[in-house]
Design a binder for this molecule. Structure first.
Ligand code: GAR
Length: 196
């Protein structure tokens, strides 16, 4: 099986869905590490409950020195020897050096229909723009933030009266369908795009 390291920063609901899916013996991947930049991330305990090894490297003591933070994080990742790195709600921008190391084998999920709304506050921006449709994107990570070859998108309607919170919840449910579907294909070597 392909060895998958997952990077999180928070609750890790996408990570949990991916690990649940990888429990299937027919799945091409197995989870070998869940690492967080926040030692208090709720997702770490959830990963441990599945028996997946966890690591936390707090980014805060490193200040603006991203390379030093990443070097520490990298020790844990390399020790797990992953074939694929999955960013699942990982909220640190990665340096080009780090990205290059995993070029062509690192995925990210972003809560918008890229190329619309890279960066933060995607749901508020979609509502502000009067969009009638929102969604999420899984893509391969390149050195450009929230860019790179698209592997899948899932669309949801923006409903009248939506707030950033209600829209985020609807998009998150779509993320939970999309990310496992993409990882299954990707792990089997199929980089064709999925639209849900
Ligand atoms: C998800 O909505 C994900 O798309 C987003 O953070 C949330 C994490 O939720 N990621 C980004 O904004 C990346 N810049 P989760 O921890 O419950 O999976």
């Amino acid at each position: 099986k392909k060895r998958v390291a997952l990077l999180i920063s928070g609750g890790g609901s996408n990570m949990v869905r991916l690990i649940e899916d990888m429990q299937d013996e027919d799945h091409p991947c197995t989870a070998v590490l869940v690492a967080s930049n926040d030692p208090n991330a709720a997702g770490l305990a959830k990963a441990a409950a599945f028996g997946v090894p966890t690591a936390a490297v707090d980014h805060k003591p490193f200040g603006k020195n991203r390379a030093a933070f990443e070097a520490e994080l990298l020790k844990h990742i390399e020790a797990a020897n992953p074939d694929i790195v999955v960013l699942a709600g990982f909220m640190r921008v990665l340096t080009a050096d780090f990205v290059q190391r995993f070029e062509g084998r690192m995925l990210n999920i972003h809560p918008s229909l890229l190329p619309k709304y890279p960066g933060l506050h995607t749901h508020a921006r979609a509502i502000e723009a009067g969009d009638t449709e929102a969604g999420c994107t899984v893509h391969e990570v390149t050195a450009v933030l929230d860019d790179g070859p698209l592997l899948g998108q899932a669309r949801v309607p923006v409903e009248p009266g939506d707030t950033a919170e209600t829209l985020a919840a609807r998009v998150l449910r779509a993320e939970h369908r999309l990310y496992p579907a993409v990882l299954r294909r990707y792990g089997a070597g199929d980089k064709s795009r999925i639209d849900l």
